[in-house]
Design a protein around this ligand. Structure first.
Ligand SMILES: *Cc1c(COP(=O)(O)O)cnc(C)c1O
Length: 394
């Protein structure tokens, strides 16, 4: 094995990805706790307490559901449980995840529509209102909150108002935004919001978190297409949180331990402080990127996510060469684009433990250094660091 291969295979010194992210230390300790038998009364009580703690963290009126698989399970389960052949679905697409969600909605719907915008843009609430006015038959609207492969943030609260006024069910993928982005779920009014612990909560990838409205429960309960006795069933888990009720199958005990620790961390620090930490880190990162003469992927800074900064690749820079050099030279691992955004941008995550402004300085140094080495262009890393530090100082 040569030195370059060895460096590529070594664990990263800094995992500054858009998920999965490295975990908070107290989460890592929690994973090492004993794995209790799921019907041990101690675990039944712990599971109920964790679900109620999650409800507190989500700040919602209904009891949330945990599905035992990473958030893609929750997203597919939502499509399977809510959509029936009688439904007319509108999918809102501003990126790779939004487009991908359409693949689960379309085959289950009676008819299917999309509003699509360029992947460096976000959905305009007025366009949604106009579409719904012209299509009163729409029964369900779906959107990805933070389309991670583009690092852009859709206005889910404004769109939620439009969807509610129309009366359709509203499904939101907030996997990479919840717990990192300021939001009021009551104001969003999602009927089913899917998120997970493996992004901004700083836990490992293994669970789906679902905030379900009473309307969504009613729809699932009357939907003959909604899965039962299946890994995709949300209904199976509706009452499983109560310690006197059985689980449909074995919950991921170690991951529940981790989630509980992540929630303690989030509630202990305080959601407002956590959101501010994410926002400051992303603002420092954006300022540094621009000061180094690089470009942001988002069409406007106002739509750039506080949990991920997508940086446009200059012409001729290969994304794999860039990320490989960043890891080899600096020990920094960042995320690539996906599908349509692959090799057009790279992404630095600010999620959970890495949503600390000094990680923006680390990322800027590695990004600027590797970019300079690959292109032979002068990149003023000092200016990048100074701009980030000015944001940190406020
Ligand atoms: C991370 C993420 C998911 C979950 O999918 P992964 O398999 O973990 O990539 C779903 N939606 C969004 C928007 C995400 O960022």
């Amino acid at each position: 094995m040569n030195d370059v291969t060895a460096a590529a295979l070594a664990p990263a010194l800094f995992t500054l990805t858009t998920g999965p992210v490295n975990c908070y230390p107290e989460v890592l300790s929690a994973i090492a706790k004993p794995v209790l038998y799921d019907y041990d009364p101690a675990f039944l009580a712990f599971y109920e307490a964790t679900v109620l703690k999650l409800q507190k963290a989500l700040r919602i009126q209904t009891v949330p559901v945990i599905l035992q698989g990473e958030p893609v399970l929750g997203l597919e389960a939502a499509a399977a449980s809510l959509v029936a052949p009688v439904d007319v679905v509108l999918n809102l697409v501003s990126g790779v995840y939004g487009a991908g969600y359409g693949e689960w909605l379309k085959p289950r719907a009676g008819s299917f529509h999309e509003i699509r915008v360029a992947y460096d843009e976000v959905i305009d609430p007025a366009a949604v209102a106009a579409f719904l006015d012209a299509h009163p038959e729409v029964t369900l609207v779906a959107i990805c909150h933070h389309d991670t492969p583009s690092g852009t943030l859709n206005p889910i609260e404004e769109i939620g108002r439009v969807v509610r006024a129309h009366g359709a069910l509203y499904v939101v993928d907030s996997v990479s935004a919840w717990a990192g982005v300021e939001m009021d779920l009551d104001a969003v009014g999602a009927d089913l919001l899917v998120t997970g612990p493996n992004k901004c909560l700083g836990c490992p990838p293994a669970l789906s978190i679902l905030a379900v409205s009473d309307r969504a429960w009613a729809k699932m309960e009357t939907n003959p297409a909604a899965p039962r006795a299946s890994m995709l069933s949300i209904l199976d888990w509706k009452e499983a949180w109560r310690k006197e009720n059985p689980f449909p199958f074995t919950p991921s005990v170690a991951e529940i331990n981790a989630l509980d620790a992540g929630l303690d961390r989030y509630l202990g620090e305080g959601p407002e402080a956590v959101w501010a930490r994410h926002a400051t880190t992303a603002a420092a990162m954006r300022a540094g990127v621009l000061a180094m003469g690089l470009e942001l992927w988002a069409a406007r800074p106002a739509i750039a996510s506080p949990t991920c900064t997508a940086v446009k690749l200059p012409a001729g820079v290969d994304e794999t060469a860039l990320r490989t050099l960043m890891k080899r030279r600096y020990g920094v691992v960042i995320s690539s684009g996906r599908a349509e955004t692959f090799n057009r941008l790279v992404r630095i995550g600010h999620m959970g433990p890495t949503a600390h402004p000094l990680y923006a300085v680390v990322a800027l140094t590695a990004l600027g250094g590797a970019m300079a080495e690959l292109t032979g262009r002068a990149i003023d890393i000092g200016a990048g660091v100074a701009a980030a530090e000015a944001v940190i100082r406020g």
